[in-house]
Design a protein around this ligand. Structure first.
Ligand code: SIN
Length: 290
């Protein structure tokens, strides 16, 4: 097994392994270590069916069902992300976000497999929230430590529902859920339970305001932070190929699906796993830590 970093900050490509055969405990341990260290890991030429993808996903945690885009009965933790060649809508995940950060216990990460890849475009961008934290000025760190950020499920609720023409996967996605508008408090700074590294835990899709500040007071601070998180130095951009697999840590990164392949079909299969539980990520930075 060879691990080659993709950028100087985060992300690694792993070669010399076959994920379609049995995954030994030694390999599972090496994959978990690689994810904890690199936050996004990529393996090419891994033709996985749904059952094999499920086995791989379980290496990282118990399956986690997306309540707004569940998969079929056999694999409810798997969401098919499809944009047809003739669709002119937005795409699923087409804005910077961490998956479902507005839930009480957001998922720990996902295993995404390339099924049908356009000849160009359809890349996925990631940014490291650890790199973003590390490069913040101390005064901003002081403002954020011991503070919660408040998240709401804007795309799935009523109050902030996006225009219909921008909504992706209309048939398979649940929307207009009043519970998605409910505010959830999570630490603005998370601590990785394995490496102890700190990361920002905010994203422009779901983070609404900072605790103790109004929306108007939070907005300029949050907007500046969102820009900071996605500076080129904190990002990597993945060009997909069929049967490529990418696995990400959903607490220490954000991602963004680029919608630049009109006229071509793209299909991905995403299986999501649970986190160690949000309390495992609180460390001592949250006012709510017990
Ligand atoms: C997502 O999981 O948000 C979408 C990723 C992608 O389709 O590239």
């Amino acid at each position: 097994m060879e691990i080659n970093p993709i950028t100087g900050t985060f992300g690694a490509e792993i070669s010399g392994i076959d994920l379609s055969s049995e995954i030994s405990e030694t390999l599972a341990e090496a994959l978990r270590d690689a994810l904890a260290k690199h936050l996004v890991i990529v393996m090419r030429n891994q033709p996985l069916g749904p059952d094999q993808q499920q086995v791989l996903t379980r290496v990282f945690g118990e399956p986690s069902v997306n309540p707004y885009a569940p998969g079929p009965d056999a694999h409810p933790e798997m969401t098919s992300i499809i944009k047809e060649a003739d669709e002119r809508t937005g795409v699923f995940g087409g804005g910077w976000h961490t998956d479902l950060s507005f839930l009480d216990n957001p998922p720990g990460g996902s295993v995404l497999v390339g099924i049908d890849i356009p000849p160009y475009g359809g890349d996925t961008m990631f940014c490291s929230q650890q790199a973003a934290w590390d490069s913040l000025p101390e005064a901003m760190k002081d403002l954020l430590e011991n503070r919660d950020a408040i998240h709401v499920g804007k795309p799935y609720g009523i109050r902030w529902a996006p225009p219909v023409e921008e909504q992706a996967m209309k048939e398979s996605t649940k929307r207009n859920d009043p519970d998605a508008d409910r505010e959830r408090f999570h630490p603005a700074v998370m601590i990785h339970p394995v490496t102890g590294r700190k990361s920002l835990y905010i994203n422009p899709t779901y983070t609404h305001r900072l605790d103790g500040l109004t929306e108007a007071q939070s907005s300029p601070i949050l907007n500046q932070l969102f820009e900071h998180c996605t500076l080129p130095e904190h990002c990597l951009r993945l060009r997909w190929s069929k049967d490529m697999v990418a696995i990400w840590d959903n607490y220490s990164t954000q991602h963004y699906a680029i919608n630049d392949y009109h006229g071509f079909r793209r299909e991905m299969r995403r299986a999501t796993f649970q986190s160690a539980g949000i309390d495992a990520w609180r460390g001592k930075t949250s006012a709510r830590a017990s």
